[in-house]
Design a protein around this ligand. Structure first.
Ligand SMILES: [Zn+2]
Length: 336
């Protein structure tokens, strides 16, 4: 019988940057060269791990390591490694431009960042990472090749159909996954978005089939054309309006404090339809564990935990066979 293999992917890092809307008080300052990452969210990490454990959903935790934070985040996660079980590396291709840390566009810099980040991870943890997820879903053929050269066997960065020319004055979120496959694939050496003969596997985040004009570059347009202080005030209004109108700019499976849990249900439903037709499917969804911190109060964000539970409830209530597993197990077991 066909099954739905469910894997959840967690970008496990510091508190969100202080330049993100709502995070001025508790966010990490990325406008200084020697970044001192903040981790107030870690006060609630055990509770988050236990939530998934109790409900028997497996998370693959991608642990932040790069040339900006080096092993500052990793050192904080070391005491949790035994409990986390499945983990890989989460690399933000950040470089210091003299004023701020921003996403590297230069391919040589990207390769250097990936290579050195994996070295830092290996030295700190004692074993090399085998799985990866890139920060802000950034990717290039050079990054993909460098991941493979470093013996990464599975990358989970693709957000099919989604692209962005950059957020917050184009300092991050520069990505292009337009026309990329929606199912597990081996990329081509010359084009990371095309099926090819690389050894590394790419597991795309589950996404809606049809693309909507709102999905592409929506936020980057807001951020690029409206000054930051104004967009910080404007964004919550746009989000609440979009939620009320049931418009979701995220066509990919993300559990976010900003969006209704229902925004993921449509994606689940289309996979369920395919499973009922006799096909194995993989549901890959991601979230940020630091969202467990309410950035206004510094306390636990209970409504966010409720939201995660609602998504898991929805999955458990499906009348098909679901198999919670790690990202790697999903790629081994699903016949797709
Ligand atoms: Zn990240």
């Amino acid at each position: 019988m066909a099954k739905l293999y469910v894997c959840l992917l967690a970008d496990t890092e510091d508190n969100h940057p202080s330049y993100m809307p709502g995070w001025a008080k508790f966010g990490t300052d990325y406008d200084v060269k020697n970044v001192v990452p903040r981790f107030e969210w870690l006060n609630h990490f055990d509770e988050l791990i236990d939530l998934f454990e109790k409900r028997r959903f497996l998370v693959t935790w991608f642990l932040r390591t790069d040339l900006c934070l080096r092993n500052k985040a990793l050192n904080r996660f070391l005491p949790y490694l035994k409990k986390l079980k499945n983990f890989g590396i989460h690399i933000h291709t950040l470089e210091w431009d003299g004023k701020i840390w921003r996403q590297a566009i230069d391919k040589k810099s990207q390769v250097k960042i990936v290579n050195e980040s994996i070295k830092i991870f290996t030295k700190t943890i004692g074993t090399a990472p085998r799985f990866s997820r890139m920060g802000w879903n950034a990717m290039s053929s050079e990054i993909m090749q460098e991941l493979e050269r470093n013996k990464i066997i599975l990358d989970c960065t693709a957000v099919p159909g989604y692209s962005s020319s950059g957020f917050f004055g184009k300092r991050d979120n520069i990505l292009d996954w337009k026309d990329s496959p929606r199912k597990l694939y081996n990329p081509s050496y010359g084009n990371y978005k095309k099926q090819g003969d690389m050894k590394i596997l790419e597991l795309p985040i589950s996404s809606k089939e049809q693309s909507h004009i709102m999905y592409n570059d929506f936020f980057s347009r807001i951020y690029d054309y409206i000054p930051r202080r104004l967009s910080n005030a404007f964004l919550p209004t746009v989000i609440s309006l979009a939620n009320r109108m049931k418009i979701h700019t995220h066509s990919n499976f993300m559990i976010s404090p900003n969006w209704n849990a229902e925004s993921t249900f449509g994606i689940i439903d289309s996979l369920v339809k395919s499973v009922r037709e006799g096909n194995d499917e993989i549901l890959a969804g991601y979230f940020h564990p630091c969202d467990i911190l309410d950035p206004k109060t510094g306390k636990m964000n209970r409504p966010y935990l409720d939201k995660i539970n609602r998504v898991l409830d929805h999955l458990e209530d499906l009348d098909i066979d679901i198999v919670p597993c790690s990202a790697y197990d999903a790629t081994r077991r699903a016949r797709i």
